[in-house]
Structure formats: C-alpha cells, structure tokens
Design a protein around this ligand. Structure first.
Ligand SMILES: Nc1nc2c(c(=O)[nH]1)N[C@H]1C(S)=C(S)[C@@H](COP(=O)(O)O)O[C@H]1N2
Ligand SMILES: [Mo]
Length: 366
C-alpha cells in the first residue's frame, strides 16, 4: 500500500546531463501540441493549428447549464448564463498566445516538464465581452487587490490536488481589452481551447488565459494559489521563491524554408536568393526590430517588418538571403519598443519559463 502522494507526487526536477525526454514527457507532448512552424504563414492561426496546453483533462461542460459566478469583494455577486454573456456588448481582439514554457526543452540542464521547443504559440481572433464591465456591474470593493479566475478542470500537480486557478492583479483585470471570450476565429470556442468561455489577457503568457472559466473571485489580499505561488516562477533553485511570470518577452520565429527531412526536420533548399519570412511578437510593447543571422549568430542583419495588426498580435517580417551551398544555422531575434531584446544564449531558470533565446534552424543548401 502507499498514499496518493507516494504514487504521483513527483517533485519538480531538472534532467541529468544527457538524460533524454521520457515517455511521461512524450505523453504530455502528444497531448499538448505546438504550432506546426509552416503555419507561421497565416496571419490568424486556424484553430486546429494553434498550440494547445492543458494541465489536466479537457472537462465536460454543458453550455446550457454553464454559469459564471462573480463573487468575493463585490457589492453585487453575479451568476451569469451563456445567454447573459452573449447579450452583452461584443468585441474581437487579435491576440498572440504563447506558453510560458516555450523553449524549455532546449535548455541545458533541461527542466523536466512539457518539452516545448519553439512552437508553443498561435494567434487567434478572440470574441466575447469585456470583463471590466462585468466587474463594474458587480461593484468591486475599494479594498480589492487581485482577481482569481477558476476553471472547471481538476487534477494533481506535484502532490497538490487542485482546480486550475490563476490570480491576476486587479489593475490588469480591469484593462478594457481583457475578455470573457466565447468565440475563436469567428466560430464557437473549441472544447480544447476552453469552451464555453475562457479568459483572454492580451500580452500575458498563456497560463493567465484561464480556460473553461466558471468563477471570478475578487480578493482583498494577494492570490496565493499553486499556479501563482509555486508554478510559473522564474527561479534558480528549488527554494528560491523567484519572480512571477507575467507578460510575453519578445520572440521571432522563422517559417522554415525549403523542404524538411522527415526524421530530423533539417531543411533542404536550392542555392540562390531565398526569401525568409516569419513572425515576431512581444507582450510588453510592439516589436520594433527583427534581425536574422545565417551564420549561427555570428553576424546579424535587419529584416523588413510588416504592419503591426493589433497591439498584442504578432507581426510578419521578411529577409532576403543569398544562400550558398553548405550547411547553415539560421537564427532570428526580436526587440520590442520597451527595450526587451531576445538573447542569443539561454537565460536558464529552473522551470524553463519565460525563456526566449533565439531559435536555431538548420538548413542544408544544395
Ligand atoms: N482551466 C485551464 N486554463 C488554462 C490551462 C489549463 O490547464 N486549465 N492552461 C493554461 C496554459 S499553461 C496555457 S499556455 C494556455 C493554453 O491555451 P490554449 O490551449 O488555448 O492554446 O491555457 C491556459 N489556461
Ligand atoms: Mo502554458
């Protein structure tokens, strides 16, 4: 006999030198897929190609019986049906979402978790009603500081049984672009993306965008749940409290040119002038520059930027490369208007979160 803790409470850990991705990590990676990089071609990612990250199971929610409760430090607690929400003013925002763990599997030593490479990203048109007006209707107490958002999904994480829940500072929750979204790309929200209603917090890493939302709880003290206090912290050691993960740091990705080798994904292309294209985004400020290196970060040259379609949506870029025969390591890096620059070398942290070191793409020119 043993306890649940003995069977499932694996502590967070960092892989041993040379330790490969395990079957457990492969199982996570098969559930939580990334954006196929060729889908960087779309301004708006088709729903099925958008990355996906779900800690526990996709819950079964009946939209007819679904209610959103607004409670805590409010003058008038609310219980809203889907029809109530849909009758409210509607807006659409194009927003790039990225998982805070993107890039984790390329760190050394590797934090053991969902093993993302570069592709935990997608851009969608999210439609719904602004949260701020719902909070105003409920009447937020002057003493309020945080808002806790509760999903309908439940599971265990490092021995702690929980419902997925995230806290957000009140000032962020009151931004006019924070949405209670019930549509993605003009259609109903798919089950895996949070149906019937999810939160959208433009600019923030994925963990803030609570799916299968059922509760909005206004708090008079800082939210101290697992997903804010234990997970999603930039920390160097197990006992370092670390800094909370908030907004998305800039990242540029290259849409892979040529054709892939099936097993290695190394790209094969013909020599001559090649148009490299890609996307770049930041949750802090618009992307101001993208630079490309075709010699593994030795030299950098500026790419030409496309328009910024919305404050928190990725923008396209292009770069003309005269490709000579041989093997080349392509890299791209972005800088935003707030002065954040993508590092070429990794900035290691124990959970592998908010890590944006520059993508490396191997191409063979024939
Ligand atoms: N209820 C709930 N919301 C959640 C999660 C979850 O596991 N449960 N995962 C979060 C994380 S870590 C990310 S990166 C995004 C992913 O959103 P997507 O699957 O729609 O791309 O959802 C966030 N919202
Ligand atoms: Mo995530």
């Amino acid at each position: 006999m043993g306890t649940v803790e003995d069977w499932v409470s694996a502590p967070a850990r960092v892989a041993e030198p040379g330790e490969g991705v395990s079957v457990d990590e492969l199982r996570l990676a098969a559930r939580n897929h990334g954006l196929p990089l060729e889908a960087l071609r779309y301004d708006v990612t088709p729903a099925g190609l958008h990355y996906l990250l779900t800690h526990y199971d996709i819950p079964a929610l009946d939209p007819a019986g679904w209610r959103l409760t607004v409670s805590g430090a409010v003058a008038r607690p609310l219980s809203l049906s889907l029809d109530d929400l849909r009758a409210r003013p509607r807006v659409t925002h194009r927003v790039t979402l990225e998982c805070a763990g993107n890039g984790r599997a390329r760190l050394s030593p590797r934090p053991v978790s969902q093993p993302w490479l570069d592709e935990a990203v997608g851009t969608a048109e999210w439609s719904g009603t602004p949260l701020a007006a719902v909070l105003a209707e409920a009447g937020v107490a002057p003493s309020a500081v945080d808002v806790a958002f509760t999903g309908a999904d439940r599971g265990l994480e490092r021995g702690v049984e929980q419902t997925y829940q995230r806290g957000l500072p009140l000032a962020e929750a009151l931004r006019d672009d924070v949405l209670l979204a019930d549509e993605m790309n003009g259609g109903p929200l798919p089950p895996q993306h949070g149906a019937p209603v999810r939160l959208i917090v433009p600019g923030w890493y994925g963990m803030a965008h609570v799916k299968w939302l059922v509760g909005v709880d206004v708090l008079e003290s800082a939210f101290d749940g697992f997903q804010n206090v234990t997970a999603y912290r930039v920390k160097q050691s197990a006992d370092d409290p670390g800094e909370p993960v908030t907004r998305i740091l800039p990242r540029a990705l290259i849409q892979p040119p040529g054709v892939p080798d099936f097993q290695s994904r190394v790209r094969v292309l013909d020599s001559g002038v090649v148009e490299l294209t890609g996307r770049a985004w930041s949750g802090w400020a618009p992307v101001e520059s993208v630079e490309v290196s075709t010699d593994d970060g030795g030299t950098w040259r500026p790419a030409e930027l496309g328009p910024q379609p919305a404050p928190y949506a990725w923008r396209s870029w292009r770069f003309e490369w005269t490709a000579h025969p041989g093997r080349h390591e392509l890299r791209a890096r972005a800088r935003d208007a707030a002065g954040h620059e993508q590092p070429v070398d990794q900035a290691w942290n124990r959970q592998g979160v908010a890590n944006n070191h520059a993508q490396q793409l191997t191409v063979v020119v024939r």
